[in-house]
Design a protein around this ligand. Structure first.
Ligand SMILES: *Cc1c(COP(=O)(O)O)cnc(C)c1O
Length: 359
């Protein structure tokens, strides 16, 4: 297989043992003589995978018993509407820190109209920072944040204190750093950045925040339906859940969340240090809000015309996926849990060589 350094933003690099285990299960699921996509999701063997996956989540994030853990199809984007359907009665508060946050807010607005309020936004400077100094309305049903802004490379590094249930889209930083789950009412995300492949979303919800809305809503959008049915109200996406299971086993083998966090800090520091040192490049996010997962940078003043040349050079060096999102431009290196340190070191070296050849 050709060796590349995969910096894709999602779908993205996954732990190779998880891919290998996925291939084995596709061929023969745990010695059943059938592929994982051929078995009954009601079989004992599959139920064991569901239970094991939930147990891994609970262990790795230290999730208390009054929280339920769900695995549902539809990705993070379906959660943008499931959250207001389940929680919005009189007011929903949102922090707008990027395109994903904006999309989540839009769904609350569609359902609740003026009941959806934007508490603060960083749109004024193209989402290069995380707003601070705002007040979370104490009469809101919940406060929604996006902890890591995948496109802009900013991140909320602390667990906020919220007077109302805190709802967090953690699609792109879950399992990358320790979080105190008890600070949140609900955490959700698509699996395809840090915990597996597209096709499944994770939801961690404190059960007592549910069942408070008076308006009727569709059965399949009700978290309680999925809680009652152990995430198998309808046929679960078995293969994505299996890959999630294997990815979490890998996280555990790395020393759990503290283990991967330590490596993530080192990887991000190596790349940000080079961005700050190398006169050809400059970071786009405000330093205090820099993401550990998505590292955004552009050509420095005077070197703007070199952008295409650097992209080509990086490609020659085996770098994949470093072109920035169209709304930011420049470059973005996504360095999720499974991105090896060697890939970051190779990118740093590539930037240094490009500097030598172009100064
Ligand atoms: C990728 C991403 C999404 C979208 O996830 P889907 O599963 O494709 O719906 C939402 N929010 C954030 C922060 C993301 O990074």
């Amino acid at each position: 297989m050709k060796k590349v350094h995969n910096f894709n933003a999602g779908p993205c690099v996954l732990p190779s043992p998880a891919i290998a285990a996925g291939i084995d299960s596709l061929k023969d699921f745990r010695g059943s003589g059938m592929s994982v996509v051929e078995i009954s999701h009601r079989s004992k063997d599959w139920e064991a995978v569901m239970n094991e996956t939930e147990t891994l989540w609970r262990e790795l994030l230290d999730i208390p018993g009054n929280y339920k853990v769900l695995f549902l199809a539809g990705g993070a984007s379906l959660q943008f509407l499931m959250v207001p359907f389940n929680l919005l009665e009189k007011k929903a508060a949102y922090l707008e820190t990027g395109i994903w946050a904006k999309k989540a807010f839009k769904e609350a607005q569609i359902l609740g109209g003026d009941k959806a309020v934007k508490v603060a936004s960083s749109a004024d400077r193209n989402y290069t920072y995380v707003p601070k100094g705002y007040t979370i309305p104490a009469d809101a049903d919940y406060f929604h944040i996006t902890t890591n802004n995948t496109i802009y490379g900013t991140e909320i590094h602390t667990d906020l204190n919220s007077p109302v249930p805190l709802v967090a889209d953690m699609s792109s930083d879950v399992m990358s750093r320790p979080v105190d789950v008890t600070k949140y009412g609900l955490i959700y995300g698509g699996a395809q950045k840090n915990v597996g492949t597209a096709g499944v979303a994770f939801i961690i919800v404190r059960e007592d925040i549910l069942g408070k809305v008076t308006r009727p809503f569709p059965t399949i959008l009700d978290y309680r339906t999925h809680i009652q049915n152990g995430s198998m109200f309808n046929t679960p996406p078995v293969f994505p859940i299996l890959i999630m299971n294997e990815t979490l086993k890998w996280v555990k083998a790395q020393g759990g969340v503290p283990g991967v966090y330590k490596k993530n800090v080192e990887k991000a520091a190596a790349l940000y240090n080079e961005i700050d040192r190398n006169p050809l490049f400059t970071g786009t996010a405000e330093k205090a809000d820099r993401s550990l997962m998505n590292i955004c940078f552009v050509m420095n003043k005077g070197y703007e015309s070199k952008e295409e040349a650097f992209l080509n050079y990086a490609k020659e060096c085996g770098m994949v996926g470093i072109k920035g999102h169209r709304s930011v431009g420049g470059f973005r290196a996504s360095v999720y849990n499974a991105c090896p340190k060697e890939s970051v070191e190779a990118l740093v070296q590539c930037m240094q060589e490009f500097e030598k050849n172009n100064k």
